[in-house]
Design a protein around this ligand. Structure first.
Ligand code: 1HE
Length: 271
C-alpha cells in the first residue's frame, strides 16, 4: 500500500457527518465510527452517512476497513432516536437500514471489520455486513432487542442466522445472552481473534492482500458466491461455471497464472 493520504486524492470523498471519520491509505479506505461518547450508537446521520460514502466510493478504493473509536465497536441503534409512531414509520426505518446494509454487503468492494467491546444489536447487524471480521479479545456480542421490547431491524434476522444458526440467535434474543469474543470466534461471528489493540493492524494487512486480488475475482466472491450458496444446486452450478469462465478468461488471470508457472509468483504457504 502506498502512503497516499486523503488530501492527495484526485476524487474527493463526500461530506460526511462527524460520527464518521474516513482516511484513505493507498487503495484501502478506513472508516471509523466516530461517536465514542455514545458508544458509537448508530443514529440516522451515521447510517445515512455510510450510504453516502458507499454510493460515492471512488474507483481507486479496493477494500474498506471498518472500525470503531473508543472502547466499543457499536452499541447498536441509537435508542434516543427510536420514534416509531406507526407501522409505516417502523417499516420505512427498518427498510432504510436494509437498503444501506445491502449496499455494504453487496457493494463493489470487500469490507473488513474490526470488532472490540460492544458489538450489540444494530452494531452486530452492521458487523454482519462485513466480509471479514476480526475480533479483539474485548469484543462481546448481544442482541438486547428482547430486553428493550423491540426487534432487530437492520437485517439481523437474515444475516446472523446465516453466521451462527437460527437457534443460537433465537436464544440470544430471548435471554439477552452475551457472548464473549472467544465464543463468538468459535461460533463464526469472527474469522480472526487477536489481542487488544491489534485488530486494525491485522485488518490493514488483510485489506492490503484483498486489494491486490483481481477485481473480477473479488466481485465473484462478494456478489456471486453468497447468491450461489442460497440457490438450488443446479442454478448454482450454472452461475459458478459462468463466473469461472469470466474470471478465468480475463487477461489478469492469464498474467497471474503465467507468473506462477514461470516461478515469479509466491506459492501457497502457511504463515
Ligand atoms: C446510547 C446507546 C444506544 C449507549 N443508544 N445511546 N443497544 C443497546 O441496548 C445497548 C445499550 N448500551 C449499553 O448497554 C451500554 O451503553 C454499553 C454496554 C454499550 C456501554 O456501556 P458503558 O458503561 O461504557 O456506557 P454508558 O454509560 O451506558 O453509555 C455512554 C453514553 O452512551 C450514555 O449517554 P450519556 O448521555 O448518559 O453519556 C448512553 O445513554 C449512550 N448510549 N448506548 C443511545 N444504543 C435497526 S434495529 C437495531 C436494534 C438495536 O440495535 S437494539 C440494541 C440497542
Amino acid at each position: 500500500m502506498s502512503e497516499e493520504t486523503s488530501s492527495q486524492r484526485a476524487q474527493p470523498l463526500p461530506k460526511l457527518p462527524a460520527s464518521l471519520h474516513v482516511e484513505q491509505r493507498g487503495d484501502v479506505l478506513i472508516i471509523k465510527l466516530n461517536r465514542a461518547e455514545k458508544r458509537n450508537a448508530l443514529n440516522d446521520d451515521t447510517v445515512l452517512g455510510l450510504e453516502t460514502l458507499i454510493d460515492a466510493l471512488p474507483k481507486d478504493i479496493k477494500c474498506i476497513v471498518l472500525h470503531g473509536d473508543g472502547d466499543h465497536f457499536s452499541a447498536g441503534l441509537d435508542l434516543s432516536e427510536l420514534r416509531i409512531n406507526s407501522i409505516e414509520d417502523g417499516v420505512r426505518h427498518s427498510s432504510s437500514w436494509h437498503r444501506i446494509f445491502n449496499k455494504m454487503e453487496f457493494g463493489q468492494v470487500p469490507i473488513v471489520a474490526v470488532l472490540h467491546g460492544a458489538v450489540v444489536g444494530g452494531g452486530l447487524e452492521l458487523a454482519a455486513t462485513a466480509h471479514v471480521r476480526i475480533a479483539e479479545r474485548s469484543a462481546f456480542y448481544a442482541l438486547p432487542e428482547g430486553v428493550r421490547g423491540i426487534f432487530v431491524g437492520g437485517g439481523g434476522s437474515v444475516r446472523v442466522p446465516r453466521l451462527i444458526g437460527t437457534s443460537r440467535m433465537v436464544e440470544m434474543m430471548l435471554t439477552g445472552h452475551v457472548l464473549p469474543a472467544e465464543e463468538g470466534q468459535a461460533l463464526g461471528l469472527s474469522h480472526y481473534l487477536v489481542g487488544e489493540g491489534e485488530g486494525l493492524a491485522k485488518a490493514l494487512d488483510l485489506a492490503g492482500k484483498i486489494a491486490k486480488n483481481s477485481w473480477v475475482t473479488n466481485f465473484g466472491i462478494i456478489q456471486a458466491l453468497p447468491r450461489i450458496a442460497e440457490q438450488d444446486r443446479a442454478s448454482g452450478y450454472v452461475m459458478e461455471a459462468l463466473m469461472a469462465a469470466i474470471a478465468g478468461g480475463s487477461e489478469e488471470a492469464k498474467a497471474r497464472v503465467s507468473a506462477f508457472l514461470e516461478k515469479r509468483a509466491p506459492k501457497v504457504s502457511v504463515e
